[in-house]
Write a protein that binds this ligand. Sequence first.
Ligand code: EPU
Length: 456
Amino acid sequence: MNSLTQDAALHGSAVGLTADTITFRGGQPLKGRIEVRGAKNLVTKAMVAALLGETPSLLKAVPNISDVRVVSGLLEIHGVRIKRDDASGDLHLDPSNVESAHMAEINAHAGSSRIPILFCGPLLHRLGEAFIPDLGGCRIGDRPIDFHLEVLRNFGAVIEKLPDGIRMSAPDGLSGAKIQLPYPSVGATEQVLLTAVRATGRTELRNAAIEPEIMDLINILQKMGASISVDADRVIRIEGVDRLEGYRHRAIFDRNEAASWASAALVTKGDIFVAGARQAEMLTFLNVFRKVGGAFEIEEDGIRFYHPGGDLKPVVIETDVHPGFMTDWQQPLVVALTQAHGVSIVHETVYEQRFGFVDALVDMGATVQLHRECLGSEHCRFGQRNFLHSAVISGPTKLHGADIEVPDLRGGFSHLIAALAADGVSRVSNVGIIARGYENFIQKLHDLGADFTVES
Ligand code: EPU
């Protein structure tokens, strides 16, 4: 019997924005249908892109997550008028009165997200200056912004570091540049796109990230009037234009959320239909999911993920930039690997500290060892740098209930599903972080038959 009442489900804690701790009684398979809407990692950037248009934009399928609220707040203090319809997910953004924000207002957003760094190019074009507060985001590594700053300098921005953030100006305007990224960074590629589209002349970006969310941002910018081509071998060329219009666009679905629910189905021996999920953007994930022993059926309106019975199998995977196995898919899958028969290896090559969540799994009975060495076919950037970035998981191990604290967004989701698979009662605290990227996750758990109680 589910102890979240319907009433509570329809209020704040249901979307996860006010919940702090959830007590789970594990052992129920998750079964049913949930829907994923627009990708967190596209929607927040698409909102920033609206700053570049002379006319209003309409973004569809925007999820109700706290990262969207943070970016809305930042846009509003810069004069963008925002109207949101929660039911449809339509977000109207009117940038006709973009203005400089007060330092104190900007600083109120310090530490809450990494998106402010992407405001630089658009604000420099619109206002000639930008102030960026100290950045937040998940604590999964150092997360420097050196690539971003170098990119902006290449376009002609003048950067001044202040005690509480960074001030930028563009006294001579911004001009197209030839840029080669040291690593195909998602954020730095977006920085180039959002700056180059209105810079004077041509920009050539080499070693660009080509994640589907970046391709969708390019779709949006093209709708606005930008001229962008994507060539073979991670080369993107942009021809700057004088004026961009607003856009109307339906955001690409959240493939990270879809992969998380897929792992939840596997871990709990369940059966979840993820409406809105599509095959093309999940190809690499689906291959691994099947190798581990999961089954899926691709339908026109979504993907059914389920545990077909039998033993789960161990795998060896390395996370990588697209089209590789995404770093954001790793954490929920590791929970499934604790139930596989044999030894699995996960080599994390994108972030140096993305195994913070495994301590809790070990407390719950999992056997996971972390290593500093690159346990994969590739030597990655972290190999000689003393980071515990390879995991060896031996299974199957019975998981038992424990008191655990959510460390970050994806690690947090993996804690939820570990608690759901464990024998006995688990208290998972700090679950508010999960609402940064998982829309209505508490309501969805309820709809899938999880047995839990929420404390605010
Ligand atoms: N990096 C630098 N310098 C920089 C920028 C990045 O060294 O200036 C390094 C990072 O430290 C990291 C690597 O480059 O080791 C890749 O970082 P990237 O810039 O690609 O990541 P990001 O743009 O900060 C986005 C997503 C992440 C996702 C990564 C990889 C958003 C808001 N975040 O981060 O999503 O894991 O790309 O695909 O789009 C999440 O959703 O939980 C999440 C962390």
